[in-house]
Write a protein that binds this ligand. Structure first.
Ligand code: BZD
Length: 828
């Protein structure tokens, strides 16, 4: 209030208030102005990077105007807000998205042409904002797009990593990680040097009784690190709502230098301390499925939770409402267990700083939080050692113990006969050292827990959270099947398909209500439509072929069947099954006569994805793929019949080229291991079919598009446990003979030194084949043969793809967000 302009001067202010460009000329004028002034370049010194800068700044201005208005409107209406806490937002590029969401891309394209640039060249200048590992981070990004598009008052909170996910280079067939310093020029972020929070670490807790006999806890000493807010505007599609993504950056809390040290000659020490504070937000951890228990990671988590909660509470307190109103004003969604410390942190604020009683505080906390689980893999479930938490966050550990004590009492009262249950559900695991089970804390501190696809949501209820279903009843657990934003994953990635659909539906309404897609099923027999649809697919394959040639020097024929598997490399996702299948195909081709080969359906197998730097088996899989590629792609007998391509450095902007170009994509995880998957949705929405296991969202995709339109194979999730057991104990576990043949050629050194792949082969042959590669191999190979046969009938194939696209309406992230809003957040 103190900072606002006095009534008398507001007229002058309003007269000169910023306005958005509306025409091509105004756009060009803004671009040139930004290039000449903001960027200090000229007519004689303007490359594509500068042109990108000018266009981005012109659009940024537009976003900022709506962003300010949105925040202004929300401040005065003061509705219940949604806060999405995610350590990852895998945003990709912002410019194309901004142009499309604002609806000015055509104008800009024309204007740019007049200024001497091509739109594609300018767009491709932008670096990806790669602040995420994979599906979890991209889901958060899709959710921001939907939240803004649907006009929900929502904020994202995360860290402003200096280094996003590493850039992957392939050197001699091996993955090499290169740091991704992405902040050199980032026009989309706004530093808010006036929005800071001091975050405390270490120290100790002092307890005393106040006059009224109440126990008071004070967290003292330790060290402070300052969180500085950096904000990015998130525009909705075809709406003025522009929400905020707030990223915290860490710096030393005492200004530029520690002057005591500076004056006493310890200049270097004080700079070192400064740098130590900055390491908190320096780097995104690249592990997507293994919990490593690093202290710095825990520091990141607390730093981010503390800063975000301070900010949320500060905003709530402005409204001067009573504390019991907090859950009516604030919904906080925990994206996995990474932000679980927000639960004890809100308790600490309410108890120690606001003086609430435990029961009242706890009731507020439970009503405020919702928790989304993304995995049942035991090695991915977060646990932190009690001594580490004690050291770093002494007050939080006490609160966690108190939460646990109350919970234990509750369980004891309600299940007096089941003495074992206490140990099973305790937040504290009685190991050495003791561990804090973050998922249990998240369940206990939230009012709703959701999985991300139906099978996954059922599985969490029968496995990791089974006891909690008994304790709280089934209603605490729910499902919200994942979705994707059709703006980026259809309209932006595949503009021609989007335009074709719009031409039949009479406009782009389907981008805001994806269920309208069902209307294109009426055109499944329309000759013109079919022809155009098929041409678009072909053009998208040509685009990927061109990219493959430019980036990797490999020529692929766009008339081949394009088979694509892109996702993080993990044994559970089974890229090894795919590459073993490719080897098998290669061996069969080698066995054939030239006559027989003529009948074969040519295929290109594309792979892409990063391995966690310390995940040796995943790196071995990448190496094998590249070695197989080196042999197959240079085999004169084979020619175009089979090519193997590893697409380096898979990321969001590459996914926009890759997803529209598939004929088949692979989603072949061991049943029960992939929580949902979201690229499966992207591929089908763009007119590709799927080969997949009965896992994650594949099951719901099948239900929506029909089982004739998907190629399912392999064992079912309910049989996995027995199969694993049999591998180890039945004594007659035999490797599938076809797979045995593949192993024989690997062992014979056909793809280079066999020793390099022995661990991979042995994990199956000798160590129990935990991921059931051998069990599913025959079924996988047979299904690939069905695909070859089906692809020969191009008309039938086309019918399947069009039908599938028309039935994908369910998988919009808009539908997810409406479900969260209604079932979990209770916001309008
Ligand atoms: O989340 C993924 C699941 O594996 C997918 O099945 C699911 O579709 C998506 C979205 O719900 N999980 C991740 O991507 N997980 C991570 O990236 C991750 C990151 C850090 C720490 C642990 C996991």
């Amino acid at each position: 209030v103190e900072a606002s302009i006095p009534e008398g001067q507001r007229a002058a202010w309003k007269k000169f208030s910023a306005t958005e460009f509306k025409t091509k000329d105004e756009f060009e004028s803004e671009v040139v102005k930004h290039i000449e002034t903001t960027l200090a370049r000229s007519l004689f010194n303007c490359d594509e990077a500068a042109a990108y800068g000018g266009v981005a700044l012109a659009f940024r201005d537009r976003l900022v105007i709506e962003w300010n208005r949105t925040q202004q409107r929300q401040s005065s209406a003061d509705p219940k807000r949604v806060y999405y806490l995610s350590l990852e937002f895998l945003m990709g590029r912002a410019l194309d998205n901004a142009m499309l969401n604002v609806g000015m891309k055509d104008v800009a394209k024309e204007g740019l042409g007049e200024l001497g640039f091509r739109m594609e060249d300018v767009i491709s200048q932008e670096r990806d904002a790669a602040l995420g590992n994979g599906g979890l981070g991209r889901l958060a990004a899709c959710f921001l797009d939907s939240l803004a598009t649907l006009n929900y008052p929502a904020w994202g909170y995360a860290l402003r990593y200096k280094y996003g996910i590493f850039k992957q280079e392939i050197v001699d067939g091996y993955q090499v990680e290169v740091p991704d310093y992405w902040l050199d020029f980032n026009p989309w972020e706004f530093p808010r040097h006036d929005v800071t929070v001091d975050v405390q670490f270490y120290g100790h807790v002092r307890k005393y009784m106040d006059e009224s006999g109440k126990q008071i806890s004070v967290w003292e000493d330790g060290e402070l690190v300052t969180a500085v807010a950096y904000d990015a505007p998130i525009p909705g599609f075809g709406t003025r709502t522009t929400n905020n993504l707030r990223l915290w950056s860490s710096k030393a809390s005492h200004g530029e230098f520690d002057f005591t040290k500076f004056n006493s000659g310890e200049y270097e020490a004080s700079v070192a301390e400064q740098q130590r504070a900055e390491t908190i937000s320096a780097v995104l951890y690249p592990n997507d499925s293994l919990e490593r228990g690093k202290e710095l990671r825990l520091k990141q988590q607390y730093f981010w939770c503390a800063a975000s909660l301070f900010d949320i509470v500060r905003r709530f307190k402005k409204s001067r409402k009573a504390w019991k109103e907090f859950p009516n004003q604030v919904a906080i969604q925990l994206n996995d267990t990474h932000p679980t410390l927000a639960i004890p942190e809100l308790m600490r604020i309410l108890l120690d700083q606001e003086g609430l009683e435990w029961d009242e505080a706890w009731s507020i906390v439970q009503k405020t939080f919702g928790y989304t689980n993304h995995t049942v893999l035991p090695e991915a479930l977060e646990k932190w050692s009690v001594p580490l938490v004690q050291h770093l966050l002494p007050r939080h550990l006490q609160i966690i113990y108190d939460i646990n004590l109350n919970f234990m009492h509750y369980v004891e009262r309600n299940f007096p006969k089941d003495r074992e249950m206490l140990g099973r559900v305790s937040i504290i695991e009685e190991s050495t050292p003791k561990m804090v089970r973050m998922a249990y804390l998240a369940v206990i501190g939230s009012h709703k827990v959701n999985g991300v696809a139906e099978l996954h949501s059922d599985l969490i209820k029968t496995t990791i959270f089974k006891d909690f279903v008994k304790i709280y009843g089934p209603d605490k657990f729910t499902n919200v099947t994942n979705g994707i934003t059709p703006r980026r994953w259809l309209h932006q990635a595949n503009p021609r398909l989007s335009e074709l659909i719009a031409s039949k539906l009479g406009g782009y309404d389907f981008l805001r209500d994806l269920t309208l897609l069902h209307k294109i099923e009426a055109y499944v027999d329309d000759k013109e439509f079919r022809k155009e649809f098929q041409e678009i697919k072909y053009a998208n394959k040509v685009r990927l072929a061109k990219y493959t040639k430019e980036a990797h020097g490999i020529s692929v024929n766009p008339s081949s069947l394009f088979d694509i598997q892109v996702k993080r490399i993990h044994e559970y996702k089974r890229q090894q099954l795919n590459i073993f299948g490719v080897i098998y195909r290669y061996l069969e081709l080698k066995d054939m006569s030239p006559e027989e080969r003529k009948k074969v359906q040519p295929r290109v197998s594309f792979f892409g994805g990063k391995a966690a730097p310390g995940y040796w088996m995943a790196k071995t899989i990448i190496h094998l793929i590249n070695q197989v590629g080196a042999v197959v792609n240079n085999d004169k007998d084979i020619g175009d019949l089979l090519k193997v391509v590893f697409l380096e450095d898979y990321n969001v902007s590459k996914a926009e080229i890759i997803c529209p170009a598939s004929d088949i994509s692979e989603h072949i995880s061991t049943a029960g291991t992939e929580a949902s998957g979201t690229s499966n949705m992207k591929f089908v929405l763009n007119g590709g079919l799927v080969i997949g296991t009965c896992d994650g969202a594949n099951i719901e995709i099948t239900r929506e598009i029909g089982e004739d339109n998907i190629f399912l194979f392999g064992n079912l999730s309910e049989d996995v446990e027995d199969l694993r057991h049999a591998h180890t104990y039945s004594g007659d576990f035999a490797i599938d003979p076809k797979l045995e043949r593949v192993f024989a050629v690997i062992r014979a050194g056909r793809f280079g030194d066999a020793a390099q792949f022995s661990a991979l082969v042995n994990s199956i042959v000798e160590h129990g084949d935990y991921y059931l590669v051998s069990d599913d191999f025959a079924s996988y190979i047979d299904t690939q043969k069905l695909i070859d046969a089906a692809y020969k009938d191009q008309e039938a194939w086309l019918t399947k793809t069009i039908t599938s696209v028309s039935r994908m309406g369910f998988f919009s992230s808009d539908r997810c967000i409406d479900e969260y809003a209604e079932m979990i957040w209770n916001v309008e």
